[in-house]
Design a protein around this ligand. Structure first.
Ligand code: FES
Length: 62
């Protein structure tokens, strides 16, 4: 599923970058471009960041 429409970044790509150590929106943007344009995906990106932190970087299906 595409999370960031502007940059065409999928949830899988975001999870991959998060697993590799991205810990905030700035590093996500640098690594895959997500959230770097209109910003409407940022709430979803923040949610994914929170979830990954809460689960110790383990995500199902990613
Ligand atoms: S949808 Fe991600 S920056 Fe626009």
């Amino acid at each position: 599923m595409i999370v960031c429409i502007c940059e065409g970044v999928s949830d899988r790509e975001v999870k991959r970058v998060l697993r590799q150590g991205a810990c905030d929106l700035g590093s996500l943007r640098r690594e895959c471009g997500a959230g770097g344009d209109c910003g409407s995906c940022r709430p979803q990106l923040r949610r994914m960041l929170r979830e990954l932190k809460a689960t110790g970087r383990q995500t199902p299906g990613g």
